[in-house]
Design a protein around this ligand. Sequence first.
Ligand SMILES: [Zn+2]
Length: 129
Amino acid sequence: MLDLARIARILARGTRLRCPRCGAGPLFRGPFRMHGECLDCALPFEQEQGYFVGAIYVNYAATALVLVAVFVVLQLFPGVPILLQLLLGGLLAVLVPLIFFRHSRSLWMSLDYIVNPVEPPPRRVGPST
Ligand SMILES: [Zn+2]
């Protein structure tokens, strides 16, 4: 059964760059460096080598969307020289993936978690040894 509230909650965590499982732990410890696992619930962030290849697709889609939108807007102003349009497009093609890097990884993790939820390990009950 499709639980839209759960999907919206996980995607909201993704937009806030938080752990898709608990929503509390931050994903990044620097501009481009991620934590190995959630600081709050210990969800491993890079679950296998190549896991974030999907984030490249998310980033590519976002970049293409921005470039198409800019192209459409530029068509409203026929006086803009083609060289300026190409320079603007080239600049955006470099900057948008860098700016969107963190969110593309976060949204990829959220999408993956929606499809493949990883349950937390059972908590210990009783006195610890
Ligand atoms: Zn977490």
